[in-house]
Design a protein around this ligand. Structure first.
Ligand SMILES: NC(=O)c1ccc[n+]([C@@H]2O[C@H](COP(=O)([O-])OP(=O)(O)OC[C@H]3O[C@@H](n4cnc5c(N)ncnc54)[C@H](OP(=O)(O)O)[C@@H]3O)[C@@H](O)[C@H]2O)c1
Length: 241
């Protein structure tokens, strides 16, 4: 039986759509390989590219501390900003001992409103700042943006689970990273992408959640995971008591 022209056109359209979808997935895969696998060997030389000091907010624990330590290992002098002076001094000593880089500490509570920023401005005035890791999460505060002129870096890092105080130091596994591994992998991706989940495991999690699972399954898994996690946490707390 002769195929109608309409059928042939629809067939062609279907093939084009399928090719587009396949190419899009292949492209995503290639970008992922470049960003998360090849970048381990072909790292951007951050110190050479951005130079100067690195400023890390929330630098005394978890992801921020891991970033500060890793940036020092990669040759940066580091400004550490957090609320607790003792913790700041301890991390500064660790960096100076391990990486022989200079440190400067700024004791600051970011919930303090706009009056805290002149203090930051004064402390950073004479420093050549190459990198800002804005880890405390006050990213869009217009005043901070005004004080720190770092036009070359504009990267947003969106982690899934990293084992830190914030996540009650949950056990690490293929899905949950240590803060050190996370910071190391995330810094490898600088220069490769402007928006990332930071590490291969978290990018794969996002890909699966965004592309392969329907919203219903995703909601079920998230609720299931959260309720399990909350119950385990309550059991842990009751045992401690
Ligand atoms: N861990 C995760 O799974 C995860 C996932 C997604 C996003 N994040 C984000 O990543 C960032 C770091 O999380 P984390 O897990 O590393 O947390 P964390 O281990 O609790 O560390 C938080 C750090 O921020 C400092 N800090 C907290 N509040 C502050 C404030 N008001 N002013 C100044 N410093 C402050 C703390 O030091 P002091 O107590 O000395 O001030 C500490 O150094 C947060 O923005 C969090 O939302 C984390």
């Amino acid at each position: 039986m002769e195929e109608s022209p309409l059928y042939r056109w629809l067939h062609l359209l279907g093939l084009l759509a399928l090719s587009y979808l396949v190419l899009k997935q292949v492209w995503t895969l290639l970008i992922g390989i470049k960003t998360h696998i090849l970048s381990r060997w072909w790292r951007t030389n951050l110190k050479k590219k951005y130079g100067g000091w690195a400023v890390v907010t929330g630098a005394t624990d978890g992801i921020g501390k891991a970033y500060a330590m890793e940036l020092a290992r990669r040759g940066f002098d580091v400004v550490l900003i957090s609320r607790n002076v003792e913790k700041l001094q301890k991390v500064a000593q660790e960096i100076e001992k391990q990486s022989r880089r200079q440190t400067k500490i700024i004791q600051l509570d970011f919930t303090g409103g706009s009056e805290i920023y002149p203090k930051v401005e004064k402390a950073l005035k004479d420093l050549d700042i190459g990198i800002l890791v804005n880890n405390v999460g006050m990213t869009y505060h217009s005043e901070l943006k005004r004080f720190l002129d770092v036009p070359d870096i504009n990267k947003s890092v969106l982690p899934h689970y990293v084992s830190t105080n914030m996540t009650h130091n949950m056990d690490t596994n293929i899905l949950v990273k240590t803060s050190n591994d996370y910071a190391q992998e995330a810094l490898n991706t600088v220069g490769y992408t402007h928006r990332t989940n930071g590490c291969l495991s978290h990018c794969l999690q996002s890909y699966i959640l965004d592309h392969l699972l329907s919203e219903t399954i995703m909601t079920f898994l998230i609720l299931h995971f959260i309720s399990d996690y909350t119950i385990n946490l309550m059991i842990k707390k009751l045992k401690v008591k």
